[in-house]
Design a binder for this molecule. Structure first.
Ligand SMILES: Cc1ncsc1CCOP(=O)(O)O
Ligand SMILES: C=C1C=NC(C(F)(F)F)=NC1=N
Ligand SMILES: [Mg+2]
Length: 210
């Protein structure tokens, strides 16, 4: 995983999009998304065969455009699809457990919000960490209160040099603040997935990042 791939990291599940998820993903990638995570979670999330099919359809779109396809939480699904990576939270399986189950080529991303969690992730060989919520969000039902971009600056000041993306409530008006704070990229769900023009939303966001 190189840092540039994390610049505009789009995350979506079938329940996060106003329109057709596949059309939203295609448009978002055409707008400049550099990495994608399939995160099928929360109210109305698909399960079983339907979830797997949705993941396969989105993986095909990512493959066609050369965008890494990461699966959230579901290691079995990531292995079944030979996804490019897996993203796990602090309360999911440990990085060691994930690494044991996954082929070496797979990207392993971890959610980490404190210096301690980030240092642990770094030591255990995570490829990147996601830190947030940066700003208030309604997309993740159990999101804790915002920690702000300053949390990323604190990680950098404490020797965390892993690739880091900020996540949570990020939109074109606040994205540059996250990069200035020391993030390698921003991770976004609703400001792209719920926009009536996901391609333009992605493009306008990306213009704020470089
Ligand atoms: C998955 C996740 N983790 C922390 S906040 C969040 C939700 C981000 O969604 P949005 O970009 O719509 O605020
Ligand atoms: C809860 C999450 C936190 N961060 C990330 C990412 F942006 F990929 F790092 N993904 C998640 N699902
Ligand atoms: Mg999780």
């Amino acid at each position: 995983m190189n840092r540039e791939q994390l610049l505009l990291y789009f995350i979506m599940g079938t329940n996060n999009s106003a329109g057709s998820p596949l059309r939203v993903l295609t448009n978002a990638i055409e707008g400049g998304v550099t990495c994608f995570q399939f995160r099928e979670k929360g109210q109305g999330a698909l399960e079983g065969a339907e979830k797997e099919q949705a993941a396969r359809d989105m993986q095909a779109i990512c493959r066609k455009h050369g965008v890494p396809f990461i699966v959230n939480d579901d290691i079995e699904l990531a292995l079944e699809l030979q996804a490019d990576g897996i993203h796990v939270g602090q309360d999911d399986e440990s990085i060691e457990a994930v690494r044991k189950k996954c082929p070496d080529y797979m990207i392993v991303g971890v959610s980490a919000k404190t210096v301690n969690e980030a240092a642990q992730a770094q030591k255990q060989g995570a490829d990147y960490i996601g830190t947030g919520p940066m700003f208030s969000t309604t997309t993740k039902a159990d999101a804790k209160s915002p920690i702000g971009p300053g949390a990323i600056t604190e990680l950098r000041e404490n020797g965390i040099d892993l690739p880091v993306v900020g996540i949570g409530g990020i939109k074109k008006e606040n994205a540059s603040e996250v990069i200035r704070a020391g993030a390698d990229g921003v991770s976004v769900i609703s400001s792209i997935s719920m926009d009536e023009d996901p391609k333009q939303a992605a493009r306008l966001l990306k213009n704020q990042l470089t």
